[in-house]
Structure formats: C-alpha cells, structure tokens
Design a protein around this ligand. Structure first.
Ligand code: NAG
Length: 374
C-alpha cells in the first residue's frame, strides 16, 4: 500500500516538470464599451499569479531593452504612438491600465508602457507554424509561439470575442496586448504570425541595441502610418469574410514590421504562407505567397522565422525537424493530433515555447495549450 502511494507520488513528481495545461478561457464582448472589455482577464491574471508573476515579467523585459530614465522620458512618445492606434484599441489599452490600477498596481506601470508593450510583442516572436491538408481536403493549422521573455505563460488566455451573443472570432492572447498574433474566424479562416528574422536576435539573446533599434523602427513606422501587425490581424478577424478575402487583405496592407502571416481556410487549397515586408509580399523569388498544393505533393507547409527559400542558420534549425516530423506523419494520417505531436518535439518545442494553438476554421475548433508551465 505504502509502496503504491510512493509510486503514485513519484509518477506525479516526474510528470510535474512539463505541466502543459489548457489556457484559461474568457469571453470579451465587443458590444461592451472598450474600456471595460479586459477587466475580467486582467483581474484573473493578477488574482491567480500576482502582479509580480504576470505583468511584471513583461515590464522587466521592457526595462532590459530601454533603460528606466529613458523609458520615463519616452512616455509622451509612447502616448503619441498610441494616437496612431485605432481608437477602439487605444481605449482598450487605457481600460487595461484601469483594471490593473483597480487591483492596486497602477503605480507599477504606465499607460505609455502598456502601449510600448503592444508594439513590442510582434518584434521578437520566434514561432513555428504548420499548415496542412489531408486527403479529404480538410485544412489544419497549428502553431507554437516561442518567446524570449519568461513568464508569459501567466498572461496567456484563450479569448472568444463575441458580438450579438455569438463568437465572431477567437484568439490566443497575452492579456495586456490587444492585437492578435493567433486567431480564427469560425467557418472562415485562421491566421498566425511569425516574426521574419531580419536582425540577429539569437546572438543578442533578444536584448540590447539591435532589439532596441527594432522598437524604435517600429515606433517610427507606426507614426508614419504602418499598422501594428496584431491590431491589423484583429481587424481582419473582425471584418474579413473568407480565406481569399483574407489573403487579399494580408497581401496589400502597409504593416509596421516584416512578418510571415500564415492563413488557413475551409476548403482544399486554402492555406498559404505569406512572406511580408513592410509594404507587400516579398516576391524576390516569386513565392511571397506560398500555398499548400496537394496536386504537386505539397500537402503541408511549415514556417519558422526564415524565408523558406533560404537556408536556416545552424544555430536555429527548427525547420528541418518539423518538416521531417510532418513527412513521417504522412498525408494519409495528418490531423490536429499529429501536428500537435510535431509541434511538441524538441527542438521545435523549445524552452521559449509559451503556447501551442491548434485551429480548424471549418469545424470552428480552436484549442490553446500553455507549454513549459513551471
Ligand atoms: C506563474 O505564477 C506562479 C505564481 O502563481 C509562479 O510560481 C510561476 O513561476 C509563474 N510562472 C512563470 C512562467 O513566471
């Protein structure tokens, strides 16, 4: 008997190191005033993890990029940049600050810092996205979101954005951020964004001058009218009608940063990796839009953080392993489960992986798993 108890204890201890849990789910009603929309998720994060284990993790990261005295001087600049955000989202950000303040932490963070955080996430998202089609023409979309900041697990949530009582779109969010890096409009399309590697952040460990320069470039681009990618994608989720409409919109908008945008739809052939520079798809080799193409044997596409037409650096090869895993899984067997397994295999799953989201727009299925939870 004692032996059995000890065995059970041992097993639970052994499995405790990789606690993968489903993300907490919230509903954000788009019918409610923007300043009130995020109160519940913000309160949940602070109540559950404490300010120091949730929002402070991100603030520490901002501090590591921008020295504190400079950060305070930049406050008016960040507020100015916020003027360039769509009014609705700027008001949501103020509402998030109010909710933090309501929990007694208003003196620990400023509205300008929250605005800066909203520009920064899209800068350093190391990710792996997989698009696939099975023999019946079903389309699958999976993604890992990897991040250099530790502690984002404690801000991760799955949000249903509702309108008139029904779900308009769903996304995986870091509470505090109002854009969408991973989202789906049921019966229409899904999307994920991966950073397009332009600066050597691995060498710089996501820190230092290069990353700071990236923030400044983003700010300048923001002031010049480039759209923050996450906010752009959230608008797309709200207004886009279907895959081909989404592909068209994604191909022409002026964005704040170069990125990969993966889109999946509901019918055969409706899945593509779009390699974006700030103004449009990068067609230097004619593959700015890189679709799945079952008739030519390309039943899946995987994208990490490098143009698919160039080799990945030796120091960060997640592309080879994810491609290999998908090939072993096979066209006949592909599905969300198999994609999850491939996204869960190191080095595709890495220390920085915060969450894995699986999406199937046709079925309206969307599931976020938080990874590497301590
Ligand atoms: C999440 O919060 C808990 C405290 O509730 C803390 O022990 C844990 O380290 C935090 N996780 C991360 C990844 O920061």
């Amino acid at each position: 008997m004692i032996l059995l108890v000890a065995l059970v204890l041992l097993i639970s201890l052994l499995s405790a190191h990789s606690l993968d849990v489903k993300a907490p789910k919230f509903t954000v009603s788009l019918d409610s005033p923007p300043q009130e929309r995020w109160t519940e998720p913000v309160s949940y994060m602070i109540d559950t993890y404490g300010f120091d284990h949730s929002f402070k993790n991100v603030l520490d990261y901002v501090d590591s990029l921008i020295p504190e005295p400079l950060l305070l001087k930049l406050e008016p600049v960040f507020l100015k940049v916020m003027d360039s955000f769509p009014d609705e989202y700027a008001t949501e950000i103020k509402g998030i600050w109010n909710a933090i303040d309501g929990k007694g932490y208003g003196d620990r963070i400023t509205v300008g810092q929250l605005a800066a955080i909203n520009l920064m996430y899209e800068l350093t998202v190391f990710c792996t996205s997989v698009l696939a089609e099975d023999p019946d023409g079903n389309i699958y979309h999976g993604r890992n979101l990897d991040y250099g900041i530790s502690g984002l697990q404690n801000l991760t949530a799955q949000i249903d954005f509702t309108s008139g009582g029904s779900v308009l779109y769903t996304g995986t969010e870091f509470v505090g951020y109002v854009g969408l890096l991973t989202g789906m409009k049921p019966s229409a399309f899904s999307f994920s964004v991966d950073q397009r590697e332009m600066i050597d952040q691995h060498k710089n460990n996501h820190k230092g001058w290069e990353a700071f320069k990236g923030v400044i470039e983003n700010i300048i681009s923001g002031v010049e009218g480039g759209k923050p990618v996450g906010m752009f994608l959230r608008k797309l989720a709200e207004e886009g009608s279907d895959f081909s409409n989404a592909l068209e919109v994604v191909s022409k908008e002026n964005l704040i940063a170069p990125v990969y945008i993966m889109l999946a739809g509901t019918a055969s052939g409706e899945a593509a990796v779009v390699t974006r520079n700030r103004l449009h798809p990068d067609d230097q080799v004619g593959e700015g839009v890189w679709p799945v193409d079952v008739t030519n044997g390309a039943w899946f596409r995987a994208e990490t953080n490098y143009d698919h037409w160039v080799d990945v650096p030796d120091t960060d090869n997640r592309r080879g392993p994810v491609n290999q895993c998908m090939i072993e899984l096979g066209f006949e067997n592909v599905g969300l489960e198999g994609i999850y397994d491939c996204l869960s295999t190191p080095p595709v799953l890495c220390d920085g992986t915060v969450y894995t989201t699986l999406m199937q727009p046709k079925e309206g299925s969307f599931e976020t798993t938080i990874r590497n939870q301590e």
